[in-house]
Ligand binder design. Structure first.
Ligand code: FAD
Length: 311
């Protein structure tokens, strides 16, 4: 993942719906998972709602009610990336309002198009020309019971496991991939750019920005790799995954800001990928759970005595 993010040219790969692995029925594997691995189908993930962003488990309102052999889903999801181009949406809806995130939210596989499913584009500063995020409206969308992913009521846990092991940890390698290429470019630039008779690389003000970025990369990379190894060994790394996500956003953003500063005005042009990376790393403080929410997760780990910081 780190190597992939050293370039802004996207590889022709398709995101694999990892949360299906181990949860999908044999029929769902054939119909959705394997074609997705082959890049023939694309999916979107629908959790966030207009009133349920940071607290989806407690605030989710999209409701699924069983009617004969089908679930009937009504509600609104928002900020759903790639929703219109997705062949199916893995979407969470409340099936038991009393239990909510503790057994009352279910993950559905919703084919796109489906009757009752519609989209409204959202314009973001990162891509004002072409929307990539959408509000998803569900108006009596009927989903057969065979399209429930995992067990009824397990959908929130399924989503959280995927977010911890894939989304959060992968943001660490995304940030180190971007920053290591950006630092390489900045070093080259600093050696060539001359002001007042000397390359800017000779100035301590510039050297300190480069060393700050270098420190962020090395620290985040080793922590991400250590946590990934611990996750592979079956350890509970929920708190550490939040720390990686938090650092990827906060350090990624502060570091790419320094890189842009080293490049001066050239760093703001679209001739270089710096501004594009700036957008991505600024977004990393919000998407996939905000920095504040990940600090909240870390604080709970600390106060509940669930983490070891003694070394
Ligand atoms: C480009 C983009 C792509 C996205 N893609 C997807 C997607 O594909 N699928 C999907 O489901 N969602 C997606 N999202 C939604 C994203 O996950 C949410 O925007 C994010 O979780 C924050 O929720 P919110 O926007 O409702 O902010 P809010 O929850 O309204 O938070 C607003 C502010 O309050 C702070 N805050 C909230 N609660 C607390 C608290 N308890 N303590 C301290 N501070 C708090 C937050 O940190 C934030 O600063 C995407 C968002 C964007 C912008």
């Amino acid at each position: 993942d780190e190597e992939v993010h050293k370039s802004i040219v996207q590889l022709p790969t398709s995101p694999v719906p990892m949360m299906m692995i181990g949860a999908a029925t044999p029929e769902q594997e054939q119909e959705y998972l394997l074609p997705s691995v082959d890049g023939k189908l694309h999916y979107a993930f629908g959790q966030t709602e207009p009133n349920a962003g940071s607290d989806p488990g407690g605030m989710m309102q999209t409701r699924a009610v069983l009617d004969g052999d089908d679930w009937v889903i009504n509600g609104t999801k928002t900020f759903i990336s790639g929703a219109t181009s997705a062949d199916y949406i893995l979407l969470q809806a409340v099936t038991d309002p009393d239990k909510r995130q503790r057994g009352g939210i279910t993950m559905f596989i919703i084919d796109n198009p489906s009757p009752g499913l519609s989209f409204d584009p959202i314009r973001l500063w990162v891509n004002p020309g072409k929307a990539q995020q959408f509000t998803v409206n569900l108006d009596n969308v009927r989903v057969p019971q065979t399209k429930v992913l995992g067990n009824v009521g397990d959908g929130f846990t399924l989503g959280q496991k995927w977010l911890v092991h894939h989304d959060r940890m992968l943001r660490g390698s995304m940030a180190t991939g971007i920053l290591s290429r950006a630092l390489e470019m900045a070093i080259e630039w600093a050696k060539e750019r001359v002001t007042y008779g000397r390359p800017i690389a000779d100035r301590q003000a510039i050297q300190y920005m480069l060393t700050d970025v270098y420190t962020d990369i090395m620290t985040l990379r080793s922590f991400t790799r250590e946590t990934a190894a611990r996750a592979d060994a079956g350890e509970d790394v929920r708190v550490e995954a939040s720390m990686i996500k938090y650092c990827a956003g906060e350090w990624g953003w502060r570091s790419i800001d320094k890189i842009m500063q080293v490049f001066g005005g050239t760093g703001e042009t679209l001739d270089l990928p710096i501004a594009h990376w700036y957008h991505i790393l600024r977004h990393a403080r919000i998407g996939g759970g905000t920095s504040e929410i990940h600090k909240f997760v870390m604080a709970r780990g600390l106060l509940d005595d669930r983490v070891n910081f003694q070394g």
